[in-house]
Structure formats: structure tokens, C-alpha cells
Design a protein around this ligand. Structure first.
Ligand SMILES: [Zn+2]
Ligand SMILES: [Zn+2]
Length: 364
């Protein structure tokens, strides 16, 4: 181990992208001092980081669920891939070695001891720390992370293709599992052409044997259908709910609706698309408080035995599983590589809803 460490040169400073004017869309590339890993921590030399819609929410302070405003100088990002270059004390039990390629997720670290952790719901840990919010995030060449909570990256998977699975892929997979849908079932995916959406459609259709009615902007029809959707409905259609039901077998509605779009309008139609016994999985977070899910009233929930569940991100076991799908080539994530200097422009496109697939920053 000492030899491996000796071979790796760690610079005194490194480049990172920070939010220089939180509350607005603005980022800046800065030079920071390389930190030392503490107890149970590793230092990672990141090569790639995905750019997620949640980063936009953190930068613009638009999520009331996160308790304090983002400070200027915060390094954002939570889909990082890189190589471990140094171990802090007490990392032995984690099994992580210098030179290993690992991923950093939205949840940067957990306590491993609260009720959620003990039930295996580590993504809901009461004491979780969030990458790019509580901790410096992955828009940086170097990063400290918890040795026991990094995700191993399969050897055959290139880093730029692995990065989107650490939040988008993980969340899509977890949402599909939480939908309760089984092979052969029809589901609707609202926001099917975005970073999260196009992975969700592929995992659903090619990985889990589900049939997908995709809903998004007309411009996202191509990517949605190429991802495996058997029907596409533009969200600007005069009767989106009717069109989704019309695409379902017998017109009775779909088994589950994944709401990936962070828009109240997407939630408005979700319950109406369900068949009896159906389930809405809430994933996208609208700005501000968000409105109640329309149609979610006792009379229809009881009579049609509906359910509404939430999905924040997936846990570490689901992270391993979804990277397995990626390594087996089940999902072809559509990636556009950008440099650190281009991040502000990426967020501007994201806010306008113009991004297809996933943008990944190259950090080298
Ligand atoms: Zn994310
Ligand atoms: Zn915990």
C-alpha cells in the first residue's frame, strides 16, 4: 500500500467549480488547497462528475427542504468518479484500497446506526451528509469521502459513463423498484427524456421487462422512443391523462407512474393515469413547497386502492445493482462531456429544460 501511495503524486492545490453567487445561476473555477483525509476517510482524484438538476436547486436556493442557504464558495456536484489516492487512518475495514476506482453519490456519508440505517434504508439516514451541500461536492479534481460509503466502479465501465449512475441511474432504479411494477406491467414515466428519464426508460424496458408510456416535451420524443418506450405523449397534448390511459391495455390506466419531472403540472395528472391498485412514485421536486398531488383524496385512494410513495435516492445496495446493469450494457446513457469552465452555461440550458441525456464534466 505504501508503494502504491508513493507512486501517486498529490498536488498541493487543485481546481474546483464553486457557486460564487448562490441564489443565481453562476459558477466559477477556483484553486483550492488539497485536504488530508481524516479518520475513515479517503482522498479521491476525481476525473468525471455528472451534472444533476438537484445541483441547480442547491445553487439557486430553491429547495426549502434543505435547511440553510447555500454559502458562496460551495463546491457543488454529487455524481463523481475517480481514483482513491490516499487513505486516512482507520480505513482498513472498508476494504477500499489506493488505486481503486470509486463513485461518490448524493448521500456522501451515513451514520450506519440510526433506525433508517439499521433497516437498510441508508439513503434515508437521519444524519446523512449531502455531497455538494454539507460537504464539498464532485465538481472538483480532489475530494474527501467516507471510505465505507463510496461505490466501487466495475472495471469494464468507463468513468464518464459510470458517473450518471451515481445519482440519476441510482434514483431511476430505486424508483422503479419502489413502483412495485413487475415484468409485463405498463408504467408511465413523466420526464422521460432527461438525464434521469432516459436511464429510467431503458432500465424499465431492457432491464426489468416493463412497458413504458413516455411523457415529456415533444423535442424529447426521439430519445424517449430510442430508450425503449412503446408509446410517447407530449406533455403539451390537450389531454395528457386521456392519452396515457388510451395507450394502456384496455384503456384502464397504467400500473405505476414515475414523476421524474420537478413540476407541479406533472403531478397534476399522475393519479388520473393509474389503473386500480396503481401507484404514483414521486421523485421530481418542484421549486418551493410544491402543491398537493391532485386526485389524491380518500374517496379515490380507497375505492381504487391507490398508493403514493416517495423516492429520494437509492441506497448503497441499489447503487451496486444499477452499476451492474450499466456494466452489462443494459443501459446506454447519453452523455455530453463539458469542461469545468462551461458549467454555468450547462445550468442555464438545464433551467430552460433544453438538456437531453446527461452532461458530465471532465475534470482532468
Ligand atoms: Zn442528483
Ligand atoms: Zn443513519
Amino acid at each position: 500500500m505504501a508503494d502504491a501511495e508513493a507512486e501517486i503524486k498529490i498536488p498541493k492545490t487543485y481546481k474546483a467549480v464553486v457557486y460564487d453567487k448562490p441564489g443565481t445561476i453562476s459558477t466559477k473555477v477556483v484553486e483550492l488547497e488539497t485536504p488530508e483525509p481524516g479518520m475513515g476517510e479517503v482522498l479521491i482524484n476525481l476525473t468525471h462528475s455528472g451534472v444533476c438538476h438537484s445541483d441547480l436547486g442547491i445553487m439557486t436556493n430553491s429547495w426549502p427542504a434543505l435547511p440553510y442557504p447555500t454559502p458562496a464558495g460551495q463546491v457543488g456536484g454529487h455524481e463523481g468518479v475517480g481514483k482513491v489516492v490516499k487513505l486516512g487512518p482507520g480505513c482498513e475495514r472498508s476494504g477500499v484500497k489506493v488505486g481503486a476506482r470509486v463513485g461518490v453519490k448524493w448521500v456522501a456519508s451515513i451514520c450506519d446506526n440510526c433506525a433508517a440505517c439499521r433497516e437498510g434504508h441508508d439513503a434515508n439516514c437521519f444524519k446523512q451528509k449531502i455531497s455538494g451541500y454539507h460537504h464539498p461536492g464532485t465538481f472538483a479534481q480532489y475530494l474527501i469521502s467516507s471510505a465505507s460509503y463510496v461505490t466501487p466502479i466495475p472495471a469494464c465501465l468507463p468513468s464518464q459513463l459510470a458517473a450518471p449512475f451515481l445519482c440519476a441511474g441510482l434514483t431511476a432504479y430505486s424508483a422503479l423498484r419502489k413502483s412495485g411494477a413487475r415484468a409485463g406491467d405498463q408504467i408511465a414515466i413523466l420526464g422521460s427524456g432527461g438525464g434521469l428519464g432516459h436511464i429510467a426508460v431503458q432500465l424499465a424496458t431492457r432491464g426489468m421487462g416493463l412497458r413504458v408510456v413516455a411523457v415529456d416535451a415533444e423535442s424529447k420524443r426521439g430519445i424517449s422512443v430510442a430508450s425503449g418506450a412503446e408509446a410517447f405523449v407530449a406533455h403539451t397534448a390537450p389531454d395528457v391523462v386521456g392519452a396515457v390511459r388510451g395507450a394502456s391495455d384496455g384503456g384502464v390506466g397504467v400500473r405505476a407512474v414515475l414523476v421524474l419531472a420537478g413540476a407541479d403540472a406533472a403531478y397534476d395528472g399522475a393519479v388520473g393515469m393509474l389503473r386500480f391498485g396503481g401507484r404514483v412514485v414521486c421523485v421530481g421536486v418542484p421549486e418551493g413547497e410544491g402543491k398537493p398531488v391532485r386526485g389524491c383524496v380518500p374517496v379515490s385512494v380507497v375505492a381504487r386502492e391507490l398508493s403514493v410513495v416517495g423516492c429520494a435516492v437509492g441506497g448503497r445496495r441499489e447503487a451496486d445493482e444499477v452499476l451492474g446493469f450499466a456494466a452489462r450494457g443494459v443501459v446506454e446513457v447519453r452523455v455530453r462531456e463539458e469542461r469545468m469552465e462551461g458549467l454555468t452555461g450547462v445550468f442555464e440550458e438545464m433551467e430552460r429544460g433544453m438538456l437531453e441525456g446527461r452532461v458530465v464534466l471532465s475534470l482532468e
